[in-house]
Design a protein around this ligand. Structure first.
Ligand SMILES: Nc1ncnc2c1ncn2[C@@H]1O[C@H](COP(=O)(O)OP(=O)(O)OP(=O)(O)O)[C@@H](O)[C@H]1O
Ligand SMILES: [Mg+2]
Length: 250
């Protein structure tokens, strides 16, 4: 298989609710896929299935060689709220050294150098290592989470609304940082955001989710040509800057 990962006919059911309904999606090496859709359309569920954190009711996820050989390390998830993954009692240094230890990627001086380098890559000073989460801003915390993802040398990073909790300027600096890192390291990405403009900037291709289905897939530059009503609703909502509150067209 040439694809980095391929979701095939995946269904996730909670009782009568289909969080995902026969979704298929392929991500190639180095490709940047954007995922948009109204709240509850299944975006996070799809990322959790891709990351292997949730077993689908039906269907499969097939991993290409770069992920299959690297396991969890090669496919990592960055979530909206860093504190979901970052313990308040853990220093930044501990948080960053942990994956190096767990996956035996580096130890001793090599690990220290890798952590310093990861902090520099996300434009944080070396002194950040001694800080605790409550001493950092939301944007700085998200940079630390991205630094940790980089230390894993992933083939693909799944971003679940990584900037939604941030103010507009911080959001722009984090998306610019992710773009730079991607140019430098070439990891593939699946980027979820409520903001169509952000997803467009962060993606080569955009997949639109609606009520658990992947209803449209189109090049990011051609979103304005979207045909599906769900995509048109997103575009209309974006235009008026009222994210996803536009009523269903009658
Ligand atoms: N563990 C669960 N148990 C029951 N229902 C769930 C569970 N997880 C998700 N759902 C439901 O599945 C649907 C899809 O949820 P999901 O979180 O994937 O949506 P989303 O597109 O990420 O939404 P948002 O934009 O608000 O983050 C929703 O209706 C949600 O309520
Ligand atoms: Mg979500």
């Amino acid at each position: 298989m040439d694809a980095l990962l391929e979701v095939r006919d995946v269904t996730v059911r909670y009782g009568h609710l289909y969080a995902l309904n026969q979704v298929s999606l392929r991500v190639d090496c180095g490709e940047r896929v954007g995922l948009v859709g109204a709240s509850g359309s299944g975006k996070s569920t799809l990322l959790h299935v891709m990351a292997g954190l949730l077993r689908p009711t039906a269907g499969t996820v097939v991993y290409g060689e770069p992920i299959a050989s690297g396991g969890y390390r090669a496919l990592t998830l960055v979530v909206q709220h860093p504190l979901e993954v970052f313990s308040p009692r853990q220093s930044v240094g501990d948080f960053l050294h942990e994956p190096l230890r767990n996956f035996r990627l580096a130890h001793g001086q090599e690990a220290k150098a890798a952590v310093r380098d990861a902090l520099a890559q996300v434009e944080l000073p070396p002194t950040a290592e001694d800080k605790y989460p409550h001493e950092l801003s939301g944007g700085q915390l998200q940079r630390v989470v991205i630094a940790r993802a980089l230390l894993l040398r992933p083939a693909c990073i799944l971003f679940d609304e990584p900037t939604s909790a941030l103010d507009v300027l911080t959001q722009a600096s984090i998306t610019a940082l992710i773009g730079d890192l991607q140019t430098r390291h070439g990891f593939a990405s699946v980027f979820v955001s409520h903001d169509l403009g952000v997803v467009q900037a962060m993606s080569d291709r955009i997949v639109v989710m609606d009520a658990g289905c992947a209803v449209e897939s189109l090049p990011a530059a051609r979103v304005k040509d979207a045909r599906h009503p769900a995509t048109q609703r997103l575009l209309a909502a974006d235009m008026y800057d009222v994210p996803f509150l536009a009523p269903t067209a009658k």
